[in-house]
Design a protein around this ligand. Structure first.
Ligand SMILES: Nc1ncnc2c1ncn2[C@@H]1O[C@H](COP(=O)(O)OP(=O)(O)OP(=O)(O)O)[C@@H](O)[C@H]1O
Length: 272
């Protein structure tokens, strides 16, 4: 694990009109790791991701990328940093094939014509680099793919574009057991290849199977960010449902120190 987090959020506030949805949120995301972002319905996970991806402007707080302060005011800013979000409802076009989808809006050209051989080769290399063997033909229309294959293509697309941080919104929500296992393997491989991965999930089995750290949001507050090996399933459920864990001595981390430690006040504030 790299000592410098790829992304740090500090003191993020976000309101919609009179409703404060995020309060003083801190989050630290490391390259080479999967950080699971958990929280009940309405806890603020999607809002936080939309702030990170530049869709929602924040009201307060700061972002650091590779230790440097950055401004993320638009999706273009986020994409420029290498932040890519793969949404659950997958922005893939059914009537296009896999290569066309992976290069949609960023097609390679040779003069005025599309450079199909290069795009096909780059798509094949990306899929091979991720050991993706479930896709048989790159010229298959996306409409004919299974849910797991679609997830795979959407994730590979993020990798193709040299993303540094890939945020996955419930990637296994609609999948069966075998496809879930394949997608989780792919999620792990992304991190093993050095990317930072944020995984939003309601599924504790997925979270414990694949994550290195767990960040728990409760009513818009980050109530804990811990190593997955330092917390039990029951404690995570308690954080999600009650905003606290009964386990005293749970080691939590914060974005501000970046060294795996947390100031004492944050610990008491984080585990109520
Ligand atoms: N554009 C908006 N305007 C007003 N309120 C909003 C808006 N977007 C989200 N909210 C509110 O913010 C809160 C957090 O919503 P958010 O979708 O971020 O939660 P979530 O943790 O992603 O939930 P879920 O797991 O159900 O997707 C909710 O109370 C929601 O109603």
């Amino acid at each position: 694990m790299s000592a410098t987090p790829l992304l740090e959020l500090r003191g993020i506030d976000k309101s919609f009109g009179p409703v404060q949805v995020l309060r003083d949120v801190a989050l630290t995301v490391h390259p080479g790791e999967v950080t699971a972002l958990v929280g009940d319905n309405g806890a603020g996970k999607s809002t936080l991701v939309k702030c990170i991806s530049g869709i929602h402007p924040t009201d307060a707080g700061e972002f650091l990328f590779n230790g440097e302060p950055v401004h993320i005011g638009s999706p273009r800013d986020a994409a420029g940093l290498g932040i890519e979000v793969v949404y659950q409802d997958l922005a893939l076009c059914d009537n296009l094939d896999i290569v066309q989808n992976m290069f949609l809006g960023r097609e390679k050209r040779s003069g005025i014509v599309l450079d199909e051989p290069t795009m096909e080769q780059l798509a094949a290399e990306t899929l091979a680099g991720l050991s993706i063997r479930t896709v048989t033909s790159l010229r298959q229309h996306v409409s004919s793919l299974s849910g797991g294959q679609r997830q795979t293509v959407a994730i590979a697309k993020a990798v193709l574009w040299n993303s540094k941080l890939v945020i996955l919104d419930e990637p296994t929500a609609a999948l069966g057991v075998a496809q879930t296992a394949q997608v989780l393997e792919l999620v792990r491989r992304l991190a093993d290849n050095g990317l930072a991965v944020v995984l939003i999930s309601h599924n504790m089995n997925d979270v414990f199977a694949v994550s290195d750290r767990i960040a728990a949001l409760y009513l818009g507050q980050m109530v804990a960010q811990v190593r997955t090996t330092d917390i039990t399933h029951a404690q995570v459920v308690e954080l999600i449902t009650a905003g606290r864990s009964g386990a005293l001595g749970l080691t939590t981390e914060t974005g501000s120190n970046g060294d795996g430690t947390q100031p004492a006040d944050s610990i008491s504030g984080g585990l109520r």
